[in-house]
Structure formats: C-alpha cells, structure tokens
Design a protein around this ligand. Structure first.
Ligand code: UTP
Length: 475
C-alpha cells in the first residue's frame, strides 16, 4: 500500500505529514489502521483549532465585562407558598416519569486522568460502607425511580472507545443492576497535539493519540448510527415516545437522578435546556458560572472569568455571578435533535499529560502536561436554547464529584459527604446519629437507593429514636 500523494500533500499543508514518518516500517495491518485513523480526522478543522487554541495568545473573554449580568434563577423555596409550588412541580415531574416520556443520559466517557484509576470511573467503588460502584449507585436510583413511578426508565450511558467494552462487561456482570433498558453508546475522539508545536501526537508508530471529544460530544454521539441500519439513540428515543432527557455525569454520587421537581419546573417553564446550580461561595470556586451575556444566557468557565468579574459583589456582600453549574441538566429530545443537525458546539482546550512516541518512535511518558486536548462542553448548548431555566439546589445534598485521588473531590471527601447526607436523612426520619464536634458524621453511613430514595421514604422504614453509633448500610 502506498501513501496517497493527495492526502500526504493535504497533511503537509496542515503541518501534520509527520504522521506518515514510520510508514515504511509498518506492516500491512498497521498501515491500514493508521490510514483509517488519519482519514477520520478533519485536518482543516483541526488546523483552525490549533491556530486558535494552541498558537494564539490566550484569548480573553470574547465579551465586554460590562455586558455580563447575573442570570435569573428559581431560588430555593423559603416560604410555605414556594414549597407548595415545588410540590406541584414534583407532581408534574412524577407524571412525566410515569408516562414514560423521560430517559436518562449518563456521560461516562471521560478519561479520569486526575483520579488515576484503572478502568472506567463508573466502576470505582465509592459507597462509604458497601463499596458500591458509582455505576451501581446511579443504576439503583434509576431502578428505584422506575419502581416508584411504575414505568421502566431507559438509561443511556455515553462511553468512549477506551472504556466502552469494559463498561458493557461491567453492566453485564451485574445483570444490568436489574434495569430493563441500558444502552451504551460511544462518543467521538479528537487528536491530541503537542502543546508547543501543534503537531498531532502519535500513540504508537501506527496510531494517533486520540482522546474523547468532551462531554459535549454527547450531542453528536446520541445522533450517530453505529452500524448500517441501526437506530441512533435519538431515533430510538423518539420511537419510544421519549420527549425529555435527564443528563448527568458519572462522578457525582449525590445527584438526584431525574429529580421530579426539577423535571416539573422544566416542563412548566417550557424550557428546552435546564440547569441545576449552587451558590458559589468563593470567587475562585471551580464551577462554570451561568450568566446573561449580551442579553443571552450562557456558561463561562471559571478559568475564563476575569478575577474582577469572579469577585464582583452585590450590596449584600454575596457574589454577583453566583450561579455555579453542577453539570445536571434536562434537555428536550427535539432540542438535541435540532442541535445535532444545525449546530456545532465550540471546542475548548485542556492541557494534559499524554503519553506518546517521539520522532524516533521511542515511548515518552511525560512528567508534566505536554499536550492540548480538544473538548466540547455540553453547557455551550445553552445559548442555542429557545427557552432555558436555571434552578438552585442545595450544595450539601446534591454535589460532591469524584475527581482526584487525594485532597478535594477525592474518595475521602465523597465518603464524608455521603455519610453526612445519609446521616441527615436518618435524623429527619427520627434517628439519633453520632456526630463529631464540627457537625460531620463520625463513621460511614450509607443507604441504597433501593431502600430509600429520599428522607421522606426513609421515614416509613425506620424506627424513630434509633441510635446510630457505628457504620451502617441500609439495603
Ligand atoms: P471531567 O471533565 O471531570 O473529565 O468529566 P474526566 O475525563 O472524567 O477526568 P479528568 O479531567 O481526565 O481527570 C466530567 C464528566 O464528563 C464525562 C466524564 O466521564 C465525567 O462524567 N466526560 C468527560 C465524558 O463523558 N466525555 C469526555 O470526553 C469528557
């Protein structure tokens, strides 16, 4: 097999002809693999990204700070009247679940480099007492909700080519945790490039260094057909009568999956894309910030906010741009369909350590971040939504993602937050739970979603006055 001169010339014009540097030493199979990987890349688009995100000076925010204002948010209910309205919304959301018009999309295609765990992050044992995996906890919530509302709720899981097979095997080994409908679908990949030259890195002499294209890749992945004649996930959803998708990310075990109140609010506002937010307490808190920019809602990454904007305060002393996204969304299927057809979300850069082979074909395991990866973010769909809704939730009860091996957002902090939350549920149900002087629960407390999905359900299942003094797992 010879190199196609036109293809070679095209790559040369884009500064990427080194991808063929080991060609003469490759066997037929390796050549075929390399060629198919090269042919799958849009080098013109890649060139644009390298010019904009690798070679250009860091671009400042593309909008004047004066044009950025706080976004309207449905705040936590404070009065009896507001609580009654929330109950009405919960009823509407419950009806949506019971009528079978809601599916769940869990994105789990990330590489989990910071956690450094072998295998898909969803298989990480996170239960503070049971060591249940993230996947088990999420799946049990879906099963418990299905039982509560008398309707099987389909679960769609986005994987990447790196963890697809392992994810499928894990679900099969656990009989899909009792769920009727689980479908794993694969996201796309983008080449990683050298952060100083913009040249595509090679994973081996015959492979490009390809990395998942970000959680925003979910839009294209939901719309793509894997095989000839196969339905895309969106087509399947439409066939099943699903109108609305609850989206969340694999690393947060506290998420209230398909929260009926959130679903109901989304429907009542006729929203196409809804966001759950928590109040940012510190200017440097690492959460995307939802704002109104030039009149339109959008999310600005924490790293793109100028320090002045991040720290701008209201007369009350609270941060002006306080709405921090916890990556929990509801999207209309028709909106996803429209996005997949008519729009392309922008790419962002992430600077990461990426192993590769050098120009001599020698393996390099970098000590420091050496590569730029290109990723799309789901929240960039917000400005495209005809109507959008932002709903506040309480940080302690719904957000503690597993990102790192140690320190903040690590197994230790997630265990503590889960035990604190379940301890609070037990107290609300009338139990007495030992706490340390700082208020944290002193040992592991865990409640399977199949035992109780919330504090109200727990109340009917335990004896008031129960004294909890040692690790407990209710299942
Ligand atoms: P993160 O941004 O935390 O990335 O993903 P990550 O890849 O899991 O971890 P690091 O940055 O390498 O340490 C947030 C969520 O988005 C999903 C992840 O699986 C996680 O649920 N995600 C991220 C994808 O599904 N695909 C991607 O390409 C990136």
């Amino acid at each position: 097999m010879e190199i196609d001169p036109l293809l070679f010339e095209h790559l040369e014009r884009r500064g990427q002809s080194h991808l063929f540097q080991f060609w003469d030493a490759l066997d037929a199979l390796e050549r075929a693999r390399l060629l198919s990987e090269i042919q799958a890349v849009d080098f013109d688009r890649l060139h644009g990204l390298v010019t904009r995100l690798v070679h250009a000076e860091d671009v400042d925010l593309d909008i004047e700070p004066g044009e950025i204002e706080p976004i309207d948010v449905v705040r936590l209910p404070e009065t009896d009247g507001e609580r009654a309205l929330r109950r009405r919304s919960a009823g509407i959301g419950g009806d949506m679940l019971a009528s079978g018009e809601v599916a769940i999309v869990l994105v789990a295609g990330g590489s989990g480099t910071r956690l450094g765990f072998e295998g898909p992050k969803g298989t990480f044992p996170i239960g503070p007492v049971s060591s249940a995996s993230l996947f088990q906890i999420h799946a049990e919530k879906v099963l418990a909700l299905s039982r509560r509302h008398g309707r099987s709720i389909p679960l769609y899981i986005m994987t990447s080519p790196d963890n697809h097979e392992a994810t499928i095997r894990f679900f099969e080994a656990h009989d899909r945790f009792g769920l009727e409908h689980v479908r794993c679908f694969m996201q796309g990949r983008m080449p990683a490039v050298d952060r100083s030259t913009g040249r595509v890195l090679m994973a081996s002499r015959s492979q490009l260094a390809l990395t998942p294209d970000g959680h925003g890749g979910v839009i294209a992945a939901l719309a793509s057909r894997t095989a000839e004649g196969a339905e895309s996930c969106l087509e399947e959803m439409q066939g099943l009568g699903i109108k609305t998708v609850f989206y969340f990310q694999v690393d947060n075990p506290l998420v209230r999956v398909a929260d009926p109140t959130f679903l109901g609010l989304h429907r009542e506002h006729e929203s196409e894309m809804s966001f759950k937010v928590i109040e940012r307490l510190e200017p440097e808190e690492k959460l995307g910030v939802i704002v109104r920019a030039g009149g339109r809602p959008r999310v600005i990454e924490y790293s793109d906010l100028t320090p002045e904007l991040a720290a701008r305060r209201l007369a009350s002393g609270a941060l002006a741009l306080w709405a921090g996204s916890i990556a929990v969304h509801i999207l209309e299927v028709a909106f996803l369909e429209r996005l997949s057809r008519d729009s392309q979300l922008p790419f962002h850069k992430a600077i990461k350590k990426t192993p590769h082979v050098d120009d001599r074909g020698v393996e390099v395991r970098p000590e420091a971040p050496n590569a730029v990866k290109f990723e799309q973010f789901i929240f960039d769909a917000l400005p495209e939504a005809g109507r959008a809704l932002v709903v506040e939730t309480d940080r302690a009860s719904e957000f503690e993602p597993l990102k790192n091996a140690v320190g903040p957002e690590s197994p230790a902090t997630v265990h503590q937050r889960m035990s604190d939350q379940f301890g609070a549920w037990l107290e609300q149900a009338g139990a007495i739970v030992s706490r340390r002087s700082d208020g944290s629960v002193a040992f592991g407390v865990e409640i399977s979603p199949l035992f109780a999905l919330d504090a109200a359900e727990l109340k009917s299942k335990i004896e008031p006055g129960w004294v909890v003094e040692r690790p407990v797992y209710l299942r």
